[in-house]
Design a protein around this ligand. Structure first.
Ligand code: NAP
Length: 266
């Protein structure tokens, strides 16, 4: 096939709004043959109209093997900022095979003077903070957990509080702290709805990861308006990979890469 007609075989590591936007932008583009990979965590994911692979690769070696078997020429890692294992594996495999890798990651939220954030390095540290008597005295707190259903275990060590967990799918009951109310819902949630939820439960604290992006930001805005303190879990350290913040910038990178490879192949 002439270089100009070559459809670039692209792997997108997905599971985020940005990955979905990138997949949608690539639907029907004849010069790129994308496949998006999802971990298979969400039981009923929204699937784009491009090829989809569901399930892990089997570590960085499994990913290397899969990339070679599928003759992948470029990878965009658009996984969540907290999906550090997948990003690490992608960096290892792409470096070993000399496959260009781009990280697509939305910027972290930043506090304003109106926010009351306690930033912590991990969910364990968030739980530890809730266990500190100086914070809660003898009071049983009502805590909003928006951490995802698989990350509730650290709060089992602080069973004295009442937790409200919101997640897309129901969690395993054995991973929950004893006094937990469950809300199963899929975002985005608008500001009015978030204010109503925060008022309804009268939360003392909100625990969230610093995911960034617009989809789940209204809870932060609502907390600001209602003066509710937020325990904000910082992101893990990023891999040393070139990074862009939007699907549009990722498309631009792809176009540049394709132009450079076409010139090389002529
Ligand atoms: P993780 O800890 O970095 O990855 C754990 C394992 O899951 C990886 O080693 C890999 O298995 C598999 N995996 C992760 N992302 C994958 C993908 N896109 N395609 C194929 N396999 C994948 O990830 P995580 O934090 O459990 O997140 C899992 C997925 O949920 C990610 O795709 C992420 O984008 C999405 N997500 C995560 C969060 C969060 O807060 N962590 C929030 C929203 C969405 P193998 O080693 O077998 O390849």
């Amino acid at each position: 096939m002439p270089a100009s007609l070559h459809a670039l075989r692209l792997l997108i590591l997905g599971g985020t709004t940005e990955a979905t936007m990138l997949c949608q932008a690539l639907e029907g583009q004849s010069n790129i043959a994308p496949i998006v990979s999802l971990a298979g965590v969400t039981r009923t994911p929204h699937l784009p109209k491009i090829a989809v692979k569901i399930g892990g690769f089997g570590g960085s070696n499994g990913l290397s093997y899969w990339l070679q078997q599928n003759a992948i020429e470029a990878v965009i890692d658009a996984t969540h900022p907290f999906a550090a294992t997948m990003s690490h594996n992608a960096a290892l495999a792409c470096n070993a095979l000399n496959i260009p890798l781009l990280r697509l990651e939305r910027p972290a939220w930043q506090p304003t003077p109106q926010d009351c954030w306690h930033t912590v390095p991990s969910l364990q540290a968030a739980a530890h903070m809730l266990a500190t008597p100086a914070l809660w005295g003898n009071k049983h707190l009502t805590v909003f957990l928006t951490t995802g259903r698989k990350e509730t275990a650290p709060f089992q060590a602080v069973p004295q509080h009442h937790y409200v967990l919101r997640s897309i799918d129901a969690p395993d009951a054995e991973a929950l702290p004893p006094h937990t109310t469950l809300i199963t819902a899929r975002g985005p949630f608008d500001l009015a709805a978030e204010i109503a939820t925060l008022r309804h439960y009268q939360f003392d604290y909100i625990v969230t990861k610093n995911s960034g992006g617009n989809a789940t930001f209204p809870k932060i805005e609502a907390a600001r308006q209602l003066n509710i303190p937020v325990i904000m879990v910082n992101r893990p350290a990023p891999a040393a990979t070139p990074c862009v913040a939007t699907a549009t910038q990722a498309l631009h990178w792809l176009k540049q890469y394709q132009t450079a490879s076409t010139l090389r192949d002529v």
